[in-house]
Structure formats: structure tokens, C-alpha cells
Design a protein around this ligand. Structure first.
Ligand SMILES: [Zn+2]
Length: 190
């Protein structure tokens, strides 16, 4: 198992659509280039048609330090950071890329549903969880996949979250898809 044992190091990435990135060994990259919010509904909810992830994260940290409330985009930057930290807890596998969509989906679902504790530990308060759950930027397609899967099988969201946490903490990335599909079949109510 490769992980960083909690040591996190930041660096910049300057282009591309990836807003944050990690090697799973403690290095986390934050994109410094301008990112568009193409969906007009999301642009209206987040109050911007574009943003810089590095600036949102920096603003979030400064506001947390001063006890100020975060904007939805600032709170999103914390969720993205938590997503990358979760990757650093996972058991890596050479099959990561083959199973990427499933691994990313599970990781982001867990990030969106558990970032409260992370933000609280940093000294901040969650304000925009419903917006982030329904209108996630950057990783929205992963959340949509899982929402559809839950609906299709009539699954219990809380139970599924617990199963995802078990998978993240115990299963090699190459086994995510098999494990979650087994669980989904077993617990399907449709
Ligand atoms: Zn990821």
C-alpha cells in the first residue's frame, strides 16, 4: 500500500481541466488556471462564470482562520481538497486507470458526504452542503452516475456511504467496482 502517512505537500498545476490532482503519496496539485462554469444554472448558483481553484482554496483558508463564512465555491475547494486527501488513504493499484470512473465516483461521493468533519476540524462551518450535493462542480458527472445507480436500485444512501467508506479503507482500487456492484445487488429494493 502506498500512502503518505498523513504528510501532504502542495504544488501548482497550471493548465488542463483537472482542478486538483494527487499522486496518492502525499503530493497534491492545485490548478492555477481559469476554470469555466459552463452550465448557466451552476454559474448562477455559484455566482461566477469562472474561477481559479487555487484562489478559492486560499480564500477559504483565510476565511476559516478569521471565523468567516465560506461561499459555495470556497466550500467546494475544501471538498476537492478532502477528495484528494481521501485518495491518499486508498490502496493503490496498477488498475486504477481501468477502474478510474468507479474509483473517482466513490471517492467523490464520500468526499461530498463527509467533508463536514474535515471542515469542522479546520475550524470552519458547513453552509452549502445541499448546493454541493446537487450541483457539484468539477466532479458533477461522478455524483450523477451514483445518484442514478441509487435511484435505479432503490438503495439506502446512508448504508451505501458506510459501504463506500469500508471499500476506501480496505479494498484495493482494482476491486471497487466489483465490491460496490455486489453490495448494490445484495441491497437492491427494485
Ligand atoms: Zn479523484
Amino acid at each position: 500500500m502506498n500512502n503518505s502517512n498523513g504528510r501532504i505537500e502542495f504544488f501548482e498545476i497550471k493548465s488542463g481541466k483537472t482542478i486538483m490532482w494527487t499522486d496518492g503519496k502525499g503530493r497534491i496539485g492545485v490548478n492555477t488556471s481559469k476554470q469555466p462554469i459552463d452550465d448557466p444554472q451552476k454559474a448562477s448558483i455559484y455566482g461566477k462564470t469562472n474561477y481559479h481553484m487555487d484562489i478559492e482554496l486560499l480564500n477559504a483558508c483565510n476565511k476559516i482562520a478569521k471565523g468567516q463564512k465560506l461561499t459555495p465555491l470556497e466550500e467546494s475547494s475544501i471538498v476537492a481538497l478532502w477528495h484528494e486527501i481521501l485518495h491518499n488513504r486508498q490502496k493503490e493499484s496498477e488498475k486504477f486507470l481501468v477502474e478510474k470512473r468507479c474509483v473517482e465516483g466513490i471517492t467523490d461521493w464520500v468526499a461530498v458526504h463527509t467533508y463536514d468533519t474535515f471542515l469542522n476540524d479546520l475550524g470552519g462551518q458547513v453552509e452549502h452542503k445541499e448546493i454541493i450535493k446537487d450541483y457539484r462542480i468539477g466532479y458533477g458527472h461522478y455524483i450523477r452516475d451514483i445518484k442514478n445507480y441509487i435511484k435505479l436500485h432503490g438503495l439506502n444512501e446512508d448504508d451505501m456511504l458506510q459501504e463506500m467508506l469500508r471499500i476506501i479503507n480496505n479494498i484495493d482500487c482494482s476491486g471497487y467496482k466489483k465490491e460496490i456492484l455486489n453490495w448494490g445487488n445484495k441491497n437492491s429494493r427494485k
